[in-house]
Design a protein around this ligand. Structure first.
Ligand code: URA
Length: 448
């Protein structure tokens, strides 16, 4: 096998053999293929795409390029959840306690954020003492304590994806359905869950800008799951505007707790209860539930305190500290630095999630490179959502940094200017957008 020929084959629109794909993945894993050839091959895939067989082979080769978690010590069907990324996406911190409080064992491996999207591991690390590196050998013990465990991905899990993802991030090759589908599904297969629920985000702050491409990505992942024997449900959710009001690590943990206590923003609650319902229906507990029954069961845990107390028990089980009032204790407090106000009366037409994510990153909430440190207290809180009517002078959003931030006033104003670019107004009334665009599974997509 010769990498140069494989690149040329794909460049010219050819269909690669399983052997060629195997050669590529093993060469990426043992670093025998240089980055310039890998990057050229990835770009050829971006332009030429992949057939379903190529994509499935790529996924399985990547899934088995390192360790595969054995969760068989945890009784029952294990259901995993993953999001294709977004701004203000605090769903994992809400969905997992909901489902765990209903008796479904949860073992999840999560990632860090890069660029404008946040990662659950970073968010939870804003809690003093919280441990995000739990060895898989301790999962069963941890689940006995509070029914759920969450850990950062180990370097041994799907190492080919880890390497490819970092290279894609800097070579303009993230935006490709076969590459995204194989990246997500390889990690999920290696994570060892029996069934998978995917939040496929769609809109300005997501990789998939259009509903049609979100559906295409969903169909690809459902088919790969069927071939790998891991049933997949895809919930396509809107990411035109940020989810909820809070963007930034500690700010999002606080909002997650509000949702868990039944007092959070309705958009976050709707997306989380939909994801939780999809997970329940894949579990031993809720297999016979209709979607509405599963949704109501999930919602009930937010109203009666079960989900909130499960979240707090989980924080403590993983070493996190609580304040005397029972809320999480943060490593950094969020300090209000500035506010953006409306210049005229009108209905809010857009709050571009990408711009808000970029502004929040400028304030210190995200990292540009994997090595950057994060300001856990930094971020943005919105006062309004699309469809709201505001008057000139009303506060649209607030900018925060942590107590130890060294950002000057000019940098804060630069961040607010980016956020402002993403907000537009209309004189005519604007309807609040739909949160859930579609739910797809093997019954709505022919898996073969
Ligand atoms: N999330 C992933 O894990 N991989 C991608 O390629 C895109 C989003």
């Amino acid at each position: 096998m010769n990498m140069q020929e494989i690149i040329q084959d794909k460049r010219d629109g050819g269909e690669l053999s399983d052997e060629a794909i195997r050669f590529f993945v093993s060469g990426v894993t043992d670093r025998s293929i240089p980055d310039y050839q890998t990057a050229a091959f990835l770009m050829a895939i971006v332009f030429r795409g992949m057939t379903e067989r190529e994509m499935t082979t790529l996924t399985l080769e990547m899934a088995y390029s390192g360790d595969v978690c054995d969760l068989s010590g945890i009784p029952g069907t294990k259901v995993d959840k993953h999001s294709s990324g977004g701004v203000g996406d605090k769903c994992t911190m809400i969905v997992l306690p909901i489902v765990a409080s209903l008796g479904v064992p949860i073992a999840k491996l999560s990632g860090r954020g890069l660029g404008f999207t946040g990662g659950t591991i970073d968010k939870l690390e804003s809690i003093r003492g919280f441990k995000t590196s739990i060895p898989i050998s301790s999962f069963v013990e941890q689940i006995k304590k509070c029914g759920m465990v969450l850990s950062g991905q180990t370097p041994e899990l799907a190492p080919a994806d880890k390497y490819l993802y970092a290279l894609r991030d800097v070579t303009g090759t993230v935006q490709s359905i076969p590459l995204i589908a194989s990246s997500i599904m390889s990690k999920k297969i290696a994570g060892g869950a029996d069934a998978i629920v995917l939040d496929v985000t769609c809109g300005a702050g997501a990789f998939m800008k259009e509903e049609s491409s979100a559906k295409e990505l969903s169909r690809a992942m459902i088919r790969i799951g069927a071939i790998a024997g891991r049933p997949v449900t895809c919930v396509i959710s809107s990411m035109e505007q940020p989810l909820g009001f809070a963007v930034g690590n500690a700010l999002e943990v606080q909002e997650a707790l509000e949702v868990l206590s039944g007092k959070g923003p309705s958009d976050v609650e709707e997306v989380c209860c939909t994801l939780a319902a999809a997970m329940l229906r894949r579990s031993d507990v809720g297999r016979t539930y209709t979607f509405d029954e599963a949704y109501s069961a999930a919602r009930e845990t937010l109203r009666d305190g079960r989900a909130a107390s499960r979240f707090l028990a989980f924080i403590q089980a993983q070493g996190g500290s609580l304040e005397s009032d029972g809320t999480p204790s943060f490593t950094e407090q969020s300090v209000l630095r500035s506010e953006l106000t409306a210049e005229k009366d009108g209905y809010i037409k857009t709050i571009d999630a990408l711009r808000i994510g970029e502004a929040s990153m400028r304030l210190g909430a995200g990292r540009k490179t994997k090595e950057d440190a994060i300001d856990m207290g930094a971020g943005i809180t919105l006062r309004h959502k699309v469809g709201d009517y505001v008057r000139a002078g009303d506060i649209l959003l607030s900018a925060y940094t942590g107590t130890s931030s060294e950002l000057g006033e000019e940098e804060i104003l630069d961040a607010l200017a980016i956020a402002k670019e993403g907000i537009s107004f209309s004189d005519a009334a604007i309807e609040a957008p739909k949160e859930i665009l579609a739910i797809l599974d093997e019954n709505t997509v022919n898996p073969f």
